[in-house]
Design a binder for this molecule. Structure first.
Ligand SMILES: [Mg+2]
Length: 183
């Protein structure tokens, strides 16, 4: 069964935070451990936001993919599914973010389908139509499920401990043509 699968890029596919904090430290910022940064609120936890923003370009271009993500997404595509990556709209502090993320996706996943990448503000993700949403923000999942009948899968993260990882997602989507709402 071919489905339109929306994949949240930031979290399920790549985690910029460790490499970003390394760069921040190397460029003259203070030493901050990833676990000291609450998700979505890291900017409030560091002293020099100028150095922090300047340190973002390198990880956007070079961060490694999440374990299992590349294999799973290529298998989902091969099975006839259409995979679209969703990502947060770039902040004014890093205007090259979309270009760098799109280049990264091309390098990691090969030639894109025409509409394989959507960049929108996080609070508007809930309006993007799909048969399946894979997302590490439980609130976005709830909001999306209020507007769509598709399946929403919570991806595991420190702030989403009840979520699942790519091996379980792959098993679910490849084996069950009608998967249950999975949260
Ligand atoms: Mg995310």
């Amino acid at each position: 069964m071919s489905r339109l699968i929306l994949v949240d890029m930031d979290g399920p596919v790549v985690n910029y935070l460790p490499m970003w904090l390394d760069e921040y430290h190397r460029n003259g910022g203070e030493y901050v451990k990833p676990k000291q940064c609450e998700h979505y609120e890291m900017v409030h936890n560091v002293k020099n936001t100028g150095i922090l923003y300047a340190s973002l370009q390198y990880p956007l271009a070079n961060a490694p993919p999440i374990k299992g993500a590349v294999d799973a997404i290529l298998k989902l595509r091969k099975a006839g599914n259409h995979v679209v990556f969703l990502t947060a709209a770039p902040s004014l502090h890093c205007v090259r973010a979309n270009e760098l993320k799109l280049n990264w996706l091309r390098q990691v996943f090969g030639a894109p389908q025409d509409d394989f990448y959507i960049s929108c503000p996080a609070h508007l993700k809930k309006y993007v139509y799909g048969d399946v949403l894979i997302e590490d923000n439980a609130q976005t999942i709830q909001e999306w499920k209020q507007r769509h009948t598709g399946d929403a899968i919570l991806f595991k993260a420190p702030y989403a401990p009840t979520g699942v990882e790519w091996n379980a997602i792959l098993e679910l989507l490849l084996s069950d043509p009608v998967c249950p709402n999975f949260i």
